[in-house]
Design a protein around this ligand. Structure first.
Ligand SMILES: C[S@@+](CC[C@H](N)C(=O)[O-])C[C@H]1O[C@@H](n2cnc3c(N)ncnc32)[C@H](O)[C@@H]1O
Length: 349
């Protein structure tokens, strides 16, 4: 799926839904990898299809095909990232690494490493990333006892930066306003050492239900979930939170390594409409922070339109109520991780 157009070209197909696609794509893949079995020539019988080696070379020499990039994405990436796009396009074509985050409520990452070792799961410490371990190979992590006991979550390296940037402290009131199934909520809870209050909100109840299950397994007891049904829930929390995380809905273009199907079936239809939703969330939900409190706006996208341009627009229109403390884009090419953007804003008035 990561390089579907590359293999379609070699297989001389226009459409993956073609009835001939499964057989031909498999042959194209095996041949390009140098793993195609030698086919015995049967006298008088021609094979129904054979790979033309010139097409493999042509596909490899075309950067867009070689990186498995559809045309719409290539145009969007080039328009928004300019010369940087070619590097990120190539990085997004790689298979993702497997990172886990230790649950600090259970113990340290060195202790987790020992527990994993006892279950024959080798892991490596990730330098400069206090909660992360890397797991090589395809071990069944979720069947391990230490996963079932809540010792870790699978979470990409880039994503682990977000709660660290939010830096919630024990005893604080933290609102995770687009919590989804809680990837970052669980990290926030660990950093708060189960002290203080976390309010996790979303517009989808089924995600919050899933979050509650995960929170139970990981031993969190200071979490409240709230379904957002109208703006009242947001207004009720006006100027009350020490920390607010806005991990807004986005194109997901930073996490294509993990979700390569989205290249062929994008999860968004209208980028401008999506950006309008992001700006609306940023403007309305940031008011939940109290004066002196901090808001982190984050996306799993590397498009400036969803990221620094949103924050710049917000700052221009907030009448001086917020200042930018720090913003960072983690490009997939930088750390061999998914792509993310995060901006920390301080409420000053
Ligand atoms: C990027 S995902 C969040 C991922 C989550 N924070 C995590 O770490 O697993 C964005 C979430 O925003 C939610 N959402 C969409 N529109 C929203 C809105 N107006 N208010 C709050 N949440 C919204 C979606 O349901 C989705 O779960």
């Amino acid at each position: 799926m990561r390089r579907l157009n590359f293999y379609l070209y070699i297989a001389e197909l226009d459409d993956a839904a073609d009835i001939k696609a499964p057989e031909r794509l498999l042959l194209a893949w095996l041949t390009e990898q140098g793993r195609a079995p030698a086919i015995k020539k049967t006298k008088g019988k021609k094979p129904s299809f054979s790979i033309d080696f010139r097409r493999i070379r042509q596909a490899q020499e075309d950067p867009q095909l070689n990186d498995g990039c559809p045309e719409w994405l290539d145009n969007m990436g080039r328009a928004q990232l300019g010369p940087r796009w070619a590097t990120e396009r190539a990085a997004l074509a790689q298979a993702p690494l497997r990172y886990v985050r230790v649950n600090l409520l259970k113990g340290s990452r060195e202790q987790l490493q020992q527990q994993l070792k006892a279950e024959q799961i080798p892991s490596e410490l990730v330098p400069n990333q206090p909660d992360a371990l890397i797991i090589r190979g395809d071990v069944p992590l979720f069947r391990s006892k230490c996963f079932q006991d809540g010792w870790f979550e699978q979470q990409d390296l880039g994503s682990q930066h977000i709660a660290r940037l939010l830096a919630p402290l024990p005893g604080m009131l933290t609102v995770d306003a687009c919590a989804g199934t809680g990837g970052k909520t669980l990290h926030i809870a660990a950093l708060m050492q189960n002290k203080g209050r976390i309010i996790a909100m979303d517009i989808e109840q089924r995600k919050l239900d899933q979050l509650r299950k995960r929170a139970k397994r990981t031993g969190i007891n200071n979490l409240e979930t709230r379904l957002i049904e109208s703006s009242t829930q947001i207004k009720r929390l006006r100027a009350s939170a020490d920390r607010v995380l806005l991990d807004v809905p986005c194109t997901g273009l930073g996490v294509l390594r993990r979700n390569p199907e989205a290249k062929w079936n994008p999860m968004f239809t209208d980028l401008d409409q999506l950006c309008a939703t992001q700006q609306d969330i940023l403007q309305r939900y940031s008011k939940m922070a109290k004066v002196g409190g901090e808001v982190v706006y984050a996306t799993c996208s590397i498009l400036p339109q969803e990221n620094e341009e949103q924050v710049a627009h917000f700052l221009k229109n907030c009448s001086g109520a917020f200042e930018l403390v720090e913003q960072v884009t983690l490009y997939p090419s930088m750390f061999n991780s998914d792509g993310f953007y995060m901006a920390k804003l301080k409420r000053t008035a």
